[in-house]
Design a protein around this ligand. Structure first.
Ligand SMILES: [Zn+2]
Length: 314
């Protein structure tokens, strides 16, 4: 059973009409907006008018950037400072693994691609507000944003990496990952009043569902990079791939460029944890991500060349 929902493109303010089936698989097509469908869809989802208002009320990145190459990249080490992220059996915390992988990735990129400007959201154990991460990328007109994280699950046998790009979650498991990562804003005492988050409540399941429907103008490029990351890290590291996935991540939604969030592995799994806390393990994951970035850059150049000078990648 299908119904249609109209959602706003968070970058261009254009609107998409999306075909949504009952188990949340989506197919999108750009069409003119028909507002009555949006209302109907919201009722079908059982999330009500308030949640729909949240969707349309959320502030959006306003810059539409034409992606023709890769000149500036932002590496975002998830969590930090007073936000430790997930706890790896009191042996290691997510914020330390994300920083280790991020610094290693940045070094490889700077050594191997000297023309590329590499920026970090943090290089130390520092507390950041969530909005500061995409803000850095937007202010520097970055071409790519990569957020590094680690996963956690009550099921300690869950293991492997997942790379996400912005979109509607297809399983409850994907939603759970987004909920946990979005809960980082609760470390900010004023997050409920902060207009940058548009009243988004990380405790509300309904808010997450509607928030996940917001489409990404850079979906194709984000998917391309995410696929490369899963493929390369799986080949080079001991961490198995759980694939490319979609969910609604606040940190990705506010970026005005292709963006992905890498869950490098599960700190709640003993095998993944042992690997992720070592320099060698972090280096291998960083190398896998680097190779994906390198391939992605070539892809952009190829598509750009095929489209002629200044070609537009859509
Ligand atoms: Zn995280």
């Amino acid at each position: 059973m299908f119904f249609y929902v109209n959602v706003r493109d968070s970058r261009s303010f254009g609107e998409f009409r999306q075909k949504v089936c009952h188990d949340c698989h989506i197919m999108s097509e750009r069409t003119a907006i028909i507002s009555k469908y949006a209302s109907k869809a919201a009722k079908s989802l059982g999330v009500g008018l308030v949640a729909l208002m949240l969707l349309f009320g959320l502030p959006s990145a306003k810059v539409v950037k034409v992606t023709t190459g890769l000149n500036t990249l932002v590496i975002d080490a998830g969590h930090g400072g007073m936000d430790p992220g997930c706890n790896g059996n009191n042996e290691v915390f997510e914020k330390d693994v994300t920083l280790g992988v991020s610094l290693k990735l940045g070094k490889i990129l700077r050594d191997s691609m000297p023309g590329l400007k590499v920026l970090y959201t943090r290089t130390t154990d520092k507390t950041l507000k969530l909005w500061e991460r995409p803000n850095l990328a937007n202010n520097n007109r970055a071409d790519l944003f990569i957020s590094i994280h680690c996963n956690a699950n009550n099921n300690r046998s869950a293991a492997g990496s997942e790379t996400y790009f912005m979109g509607l979650h297809k399983t409850e498991g994907n939603l759970d990952v987004a909920k946990r990562e979005n809960a980082a804003i609760t470390y900010e005492s004023d997050y409920k009043e902060n207009s940058r988050y548009g009243g988004f409540d990380p405790e509300s399941a309904e808010g997450h569902i509607i928030f996940s429907l917001v489409q990404n103008a850079y979906m194709k490029q984000s998917l391309k990079l995410a696929s490369g990351i899963e493929s390369h890290t799986n080949k080079i590291s001991m961490i198995k791939s759980r694939g490319v996935k979609q969910a609604g991540f606040l940190v990705l939604w506010q970026t005005s460029m292709p963006s992905v969030l890498v869950e490098t592995g599960f700190l709640t799994n003993a095998t993944d944890r042992m690997y992720l806390k070592t320099n060698d393990g972090q280096q291998k994951i960083a190398m896998g991500v680097f190779r994906a970035v390198r391939d992605y850059k070539k892809y952009l150049e190829t598509v750009g060349a095929n489209n002629g000078p200044g070609g537009v990648v859509r």
